[in-house]
Unconditional design. Sequence first.
Length: 272
Amino acid sequence: MELPSRGSGTWGDANRQLRHRPHRHPVGPPRAHAPQAKAHRPSPHPLRRVINALLYIVKSGCHWHLLPRDFPPPSTVHGFFRAWRTDDTLDAIHSRIRTQARKATGRRSRPTAAILDSQTVRSDGLADEAGYDGAKKTKGRKRFLLVDTIGHALAVSVEPADTPERHGAKALLDKALVQRTWLKRLYVDGGFSGPDFAAHMAESKPGLVVEVVKRSDAAVGFEVAPKRWVVERTFGWLMQHRRLVRNYERRPGSVVAWIYLALMRIMLRRLA
C-alpha cells in the first residue's frame, strides 16, 4: 500500500496530533505531598511504523502475534492501539485526514448534510455486549454510522444487535451533534421514522431537517435509494477489511477504533 511521504502535510498533521495530545489533568505546580511522576522512556519505534502495522492488521485481519517482522513488536503496537483508543487519538487523526480528503475533492471541511444508517455484524462469541437481531436473524453487534455525502464517517457507535434503531440513533446523535453544529440536514431510512424520533430530534437540534428516504412501494428486488446508497457503500468499504468482517473485539470501543483505521486507510490511499 502506497502511503504519503514522511514530509507530506497529511502525515505531518498526523504526527503532530500523536505527539502533542492535550494534557487532560489540571496544569500547575504539584503539591508538596504529591509524588513526582516518573519520566517515561520514548518509544524507539517511529510512529509511522506503528500506524502502518495497525493498517496492516485492519486490512488483513491477522492476529496480533502474527505481525510480520517488518513492523514493531506486537506488544508495542497493541499498547499504542489501547492508548489511542482510550484517549480518542484515532478519532482526532481521522478527523484531520477527513478534512484533507474533503478539501482534495473541492469541498468544504465541514459538511452540512449527513446520512445515518446501521449495520448488524455477527459476533464470534467474545463480545462482552452482544444481542440478537430478530429482523436480520443475527447474533452480534450493530454499528451505527453517520457519514457525509461522499461517504466519510462523521461519527460511529457500536451497540448490541438487539438495540432498536431509533434508540441507537438517539445515543449517537446526542453526542455527535454537540460538536457538529454545522449539520443542517440528515437523511435516514424508514427504520428511523416515527413521531418519537422526530420529536427527539426537534428538541435536541431544532435547526436540523430530518428527511426519511423510503423505498418505493412498487420496487421489486434491489433498488438504489437516493442519498442512502452513500452510507451503504461505506459499509461495503468496511466489509473489505477482514478485521471488520465479523465482530472479533471484546469491547465496543475497539470496534470503533478499527472502523476509524479502516476509513483512514481508504482516505490515505486517495490522498497519496
